[in-house]
Design a protein around this ligand. Structure first.
Ligand code: NZQ
Ligand code: ZN
Length: 383
């Protein structure tokens, strides 16, 4: 096992009714910038609960943070926060709203051009941030990362700082009852792929991390279809929410090699063709596993046996079957696994490769050996 340091400071309040704890988590006298997306929080009653819990606080509500949050929108949010002298940010939503709020919290404390924080300038300070999660998927609710879309650059720009861990995250599974099937499927696939990317590399003598990952994967496989079939199944929603948080709160990846190539290629597909984040992953991951089967041979066999219970046949056949089972699972969650299902053909590949090169994504994977030629083969397999 590799050396690591681990600290996750986010206070989690999990379960039905926990939104009422907002008032005790936000310092008294705070002037709160509340951020959210479109209309979902009004339709599903989440806003009413938040509003009641925030009685007594000065609140400035910023609406309209879009999926794959855009830089320009966040500049407007910053303007409003400055005007209203906000000193606390409360995000209500999924990964997009939480990521956006992390950026706003940091940019409000940055003297220079906010864009600098997305192009390498370290984050030195940030307003305190909390969140009410309404979509189980990204893990943003208890991690220090974010991704912002810059439309002119056709890029999803990542940023990260320990200062951006939310102070608290309220995880009430009831908030996710109203998710459209597409977002439920997306969330399960995103959490699944986050887990795979910290697991399916090469053996690292880290059996606990392996079994933790296998537990998350199996739980997602069991609970995902239940939530699709019955959106108001509290236990399924609760299990999915807790899985998604743990898939990317840092613990799973401690001491083990990681391969984030699926995400890096996927980000380019979202930036160029506006495909939902998780839908890009469902396209890239099976193709990547097939292309990288030699490098991942041993872990693929372990994955086949422990996650999919595939014990018969040759090693190659078990690996094929595990990749096929992964694809079938994504399909069952309503998420397509082919570029062609998104109306894309081989003509787009040069553009994706050019973007990868522009963003210096030319040595991806656990061995830093997924170069542009390998990415091209992955994309060809994904057609
Ligand atoms: O805007 P509203 O009306 O709220 O609708 C949203 C949005 O359209 C809707 N939604 C959310 N909660 C709902 C709901 N609809 C009904 N009921 C609810 N309870 O869902 C739509 C999608 O929301 P979004 O926040 O975009 O989804 P997700 O959580 O999948 O976040 C995706 C973003 O997170 C980034 C992605 O790149 C993408 O920008 N990621 C962030 C990561 C991180 N911070 O660690 C890691 C991930 O890999 C990912 O890159
Ligand atoms: Zn993701």
């Amino acid at each position: 096992m590799r050396n690591f340091s681990f600290h996750n400071p986010t206070q989690i309040h999990f379960g039905e009714g926990q939104i009422a704890k907002l008032g005790q988590e936000i310092p008294a006298d705070s002037r709160v910038l509340v951020t959210h997306g479109g209309g979902s929080i009004f339709q599903n009653g989440v806003w009413a609960l938040v509003e009641a819990a925030l009685a007594g606080f000065a609140v400035s509500r910023f609406a309209g943070i879009e999926a794959n949050p855009q830089f320009d929108t966040l500049l407007r949010a910053m303007e409003q926060a400055r005007r209203d002298r906000c000193d606390f940010v409360l995000a209500i939503g999924g990964g997009s709203v939480i990521d956006a709020s992390k950026f706003i919290a940091a940019a409000l404390c940055h003297a220079g051009d906010p864009l600098e924080l997305l192009t390498g300038t370290p984050i030195q300070a940030a307003l305190p941030l909390g969140c009410v999660l309404t979509l189980a998927a990204t893990g943003s609710e208890s991690n220090p990362h974010g991704v912002i879309t810059h439309v002119e650059r056709q890029a999803k720009l990542p940023f990260s700082s320990p200062l951006l861990y939310p102070r608290f995250a309220i995880l009430d599974p009831c908030t996710t009852f109203s998710l459209p099937a597409r977002q439920t499927g997306n969330g399960v696939v995103d959490a699944f792929v986050h887990t795979i990317e910290q697991y399916l590399t090469y053996p690292a003598d880290a059996p606990l991390q392996d079994r933790y990952a296998e537990g998350l994967l199996q739980t997602l496989i069991e609970e995902g279809p239940k939530a699709l079939a019955n959106p108001q199944d509290y236990n399924a929603r609760a299990n999915l929410m807790w899985c998604a948080t743990q898939a990317l709160n840092g613990l799973l990846g401690c001491g083990v090699p990681q391969d984030w190539a699926t995400h890096m290629i996927g980000h380019e597909l979202t930036a160029l063709y506006h495909i939902d984040h998780a839908q890009t992953l469902a396209v890239v991951l099976p193709a990547l596993l097939a292309e990288r089967r030699e490098a991942k041979w041993s872990k693929l066999l372990q994955y086949a046996e422990r996650v999919w219970h595939l014990r018969e046949g040759s090693e190659a056949a078990r690996i094929d079957a595990a990749i096929a089972a992964t694809q079938t699972f994504f399909t069952a969650m309503g998420v397509p696994t082919r570029l062609s299902e998104h109306g894309l053909d081989a003509d787009v590949i040069p553009q994706v490769l050019a973007q990868l090169e522009r963003h210096r994504m030319t040595a991806l994977g656990e061995g830093c050996d997924i170069d542009l030629a390998t990415s091209e083969r992955i994309l060809l397999r994904a057609l």
